[in-house]
Design a protein around this ligand. Structure first.
Ligand SMILES: Cc1cc2nc3c(=O)[nH]c(=O)nc-3n(C[C@H](O)[C@H](O)[C@H](O)COP(=O)(O)O)c2cc1C
Ligand code: SF4
Ligand code: SF4
Length: 315
């Protein structure tokens, strides 16, 4: 099983090609079932590098994933230039659950974040072709069950980005904002968002929870009207990038699983239940109704009790 997380399709394209070469299947991170994972003997995890580290959804997954004892686990990190400390972080995360990584590799692709600084990643699509040759070599290593780790090192930049100030800076620099004057509520951004962090209400896209955004750029790169801006700055159509072999519909694979309640009808309800309780889910911003219900569940407030005691004293 090859598990992938992707924003603009680079990691999906890598996972697919690898799956083709070794006769495995590529599964979106969100569709992985615990029982399936525990039964796999060969598991690949393909993920992009964000800010020299592992993207938060992948981090959450690795921290709780339970792999079969002795499973052959490998990581493929896709990046624009440098993996930073991403592979080291990933190794540490699964080591926390007693698992061991056998192989790690890096693949260079066009940088999906370059749009945030007004740069064009499209002239670098030749990297996608180069990556294919590297994937074929990785496939041979996997088939031979090679054990060697590449790109395992730390990164001062990643450490800085992980501080409170660093995180604030990153979320400011990549801040996605739908422009209400351009958005027509088509909902494509909500479908491609791997974090389920966009909803369309009253004909407009809304980011549900800024803290849950992985800044993967999928919404920015796939919006057909360039209505998803970065810090209010509209993206020129020619600057938009996604892997040339991946379409928005390919990213819906994740959505189609979620939109399939038929699972319970197929008698597979237990698996669905397990998934819902164990896989990382985006935390929704508390709505008024939820705040209200939480408030109602709380014991009578302290001031009411004080008031009652005072009234009792006064007779
Ligand atoms: C928010 C963000 C941060 C990124 N940070 C890095 C980085 O630190 N180093 C790097 O080499 N590439 C970085 N990239 C580029 C991606 O790692 C690269 O384009 C990757 O292949 C994207 O994969 P995807 O299309 O599967 O999301 C970043 C991209 C994004 C969106
Ligand atoms: S894809 Fe663009 S136009 Fe469509 S809902 Fe999202 S932001 Fe609006
Ligand atoms: S809101 Fe946009 S940038 Fe953030 S996780 Fe979703 S698709 Fe990616």
């Amino acid at each position: 099983m090859i598990i992938y997380f992707t924003g603009t399709g680079n990691s999906l394209a890598a996972a697919r090609r690898l799956a083709d070469k070794i006769g495995d299947r590529a599964v979106p991170l969100r569709s992985v079932r615990d029982a399936e994972l525990a039964a796999e003997r060969c598991i690949g995890i393909v993920f992009p590098v964000y800010c020299f580290d592992v993207p938060p959804p992948v981090r959450a997954f690795l921290a709780q994933a339970m792999f079969a004892k002795g499973a052959y686990i490998y990581f493929v990190a896709t990046c624009g230039a440098s993996v930073g400390r991403a592979i080291r972080t990933a190794i540490r995360l699964i080591a926390g659950n007693g698992a061991e990584v056998s192989l790690s590799r890096k693949l260079r692709y066009p940088d999906s974040a370059s749009v945030a600084v007004g740069a064009n990643a499209n002239p670098k699509t030749s990297r996608c072709t180069k990556a294919e040759a590297e994937i074929d070599a990785i496939a041979k290593d996997i088939e031979a069950c090679h054990r060697d780790l590449h790109e395992v090192h730390g990164s001062a930049a990643a450490a800085l980005a992980a501080t409170r100030v660093g995180r604030a800076l990153v979320s400011w620099a990549f801040r996605q904002e739908p422009d209400p004057s351009i958005c027509n509520g088509c909902g494509l951004c909500a479908k491609v968002c791997p974090c389920l962090n966009i909803e369309v209400a009253d004909g407009l896209a809304h980011i549900r929870n800024r803290a849950q955004c992985a800044h993967c750029m999928a919404c920015v790169q796939f919006c057909p009207r360039q209505a998803m801006t970065i810090r209010g700055r509209r993206i020129q159509p020619e600057l938009r990038y996604h892997h040339p072999g991946v379409t928005a519909a390919d990213l819906f694979a994740e959505l189609s699983f979620r939109a399939s309640p038929k699972l319970s009808e197929r008698g597979d309800a237990k698996t669905l239940e397990t998934r819902q309780t164990t896989l990382p889910r985006p935390t929704m911003p508390p709505t008024n109704a939820r705040i209200f219900s939480r408030w109602r569940r709380q014991p009578p407030n302290r001031f009411a009790r004080v008031q009652k005691r005072r009234n009792a004293r006064l007779g």
